[in-house]
Write a new protein. Structure first.
Length: 72
């Protein structure tokens, strides 16, 4: 039996900030530099991030937080 595909949740900015340990200003700065996943605009006033994309970003940069050369 194959495992069910993992559901990709959409995260609010507060959850993204908590998971990555960065503030809103820094997150948006990294987005402008194309170094962080951009949010999905659900309406003019609503943005959500893909949980899968945020987790992938964390996996790519976590070596930098351990004293190794940062890749972002």
């Amino acid at each position: 039996m194959t495992p069910p595909e993992e559901v990709d949740r959409l995260l609010r900015i507060d959850e993204v900030k908590r998971r990555v340990g960065l503030g809103k200003t820094m997150i948006y700065r990294l987005i402008r530099q194309q170094r962080f996943p951009a949010p999905y605009k659900l309406s003019p006033f609503t943005a959500r991030w893909s949980q899968r994309e945020v987790v992938e970003w964390i996996d790519r940069v976590k070596d930098g937080f351990e004293g190794k050369k940062r890749r972002w």
